[in-house]
Design a binder for this molecule. Structure first.
Ligand SMILES: C[S@@+](CC[C@H](N)C(=O)[O-])C[C@H]1O[C@@H](n2cnc3c(N)ncnc32)[C@H](O)[C@@H]1O
Length: 251
């Protein structure tokens, strides 16, 4: 079964090697006194992915990454988290893009879960300024093209995906508040959006549920927002080792 093979490759081969390579790049730049804007120095404590999930070999569909997607190791961890979600609960993603993660959430989550995914329509003016260089991810014909390709083969799972359209800073989250076993924050990477999406995610997540943020240590706005929050509130945010994911589980 190739989905398990991709999950095995992602967590047992890709993740350890990318983790070593990331450490080496940070170390080598530090001793040469060089800055890498796409690989910042980070301060959140690390946690091993295997300590965050119950599934040992997750299943991964659409292993090929496009510019804007998460890495395969991150996709496998999100898939494993989805597999552990509470029956009948809601999974909420901020930032659909082509729907590769949405697809994996839907195919891995228990069959009684609903998946909501929100994306900014290209013709809607955002409340805050987007980060430099991310407009191309907004400018697309429609969000979710990759999960749409699975509609005939996996109709039951894909019918549990609900595509939402709007600006994450002004969206009305009230129907979903406190009901989400998994919230994935991967919309705009500007500081203002990282803060506002984090506030929304905190309101969405249920007791025992998790929030995952993407692009920590990669996009400056995300890194700054999460580190400031942790320094101020001491929530216990953790960076999943070898990835740009940050995890927090609500007590
Ligand atoms: C990095 S991509 C998401 C990638 C996707 N989660 C994945 O794993 O493949 C960011 C997405 O966030 C959307 N986005 C940007 N600003 C937004 C906003 N203010 N509200 C909602 N979505 C936004 C963009 O249109 C883009 O599709």
């Amino acid at each position: 079964m190739k989905e398990r093979y991709h999950g095995f490759y992602a967590t047992r081969i890709y993740l350890p090697f990318s983790s070593i390579s990331r450490r080496w790049r940070r170390f080598s730049r530090r001793i040469r006194g060089k800055q890498d804007s796409a690989l910042q120095t980070t301060i959140l404590p690390e946690v091993c992915w295997a300590d965050c999930v119950k599934v040992s070999v997750p299943r991964v569909w659409e292993h090929k990454k496009e510019n804007g997607n998460v890495r395969i190791s991150e996709l496998a961890i999100l898939s494993a988290l989805a597999a552990g979600c509470r029956e009948g609960s809601t999974l909420f993603e901020i930032g659909t893009f082509d729907g590769r993660t949405t697809l994996n959430l839907a195919l891995n989550a228990p069959g009684t879960c609903r998946i909501y995914t929100l994306d900014l329509p290209p013709d809607q003016a955002p409340k805050y300024q987007l980060a430099d260089g991310e407009r191309h991810m907004v400018e697309k014909l429609a969000p979710g093209s990759r999960y749409e390709q699975y509609r005939s083969k996996h109709s039951a799972e894909i019918s549990r995906i609900h595509q939402l359209h709007g600006d994450s800073a002004t969206f009305d989250y009230s129907p979903y508040k406190g009901s989400c076993s998994l919230v994935f924050v991967d919309g705009s990477h500007s500081y203002d959006y990282a803060l506002s999406d984090t506030r929304a995610a905190m309101a969405l997540v249920e007791a025992g549920g998790v929030i995952i943020w993407h692009d920590y240590g990669i996009w400056e706005g995300v890194t700054k927002a999460l580190e400031e929050l942790e320094q101020r509130e001491h929530f216990g945010l953790r960076n999943i080792r070898g990835t740009s994911l940050v995890i927090w589980r609500k007590k």
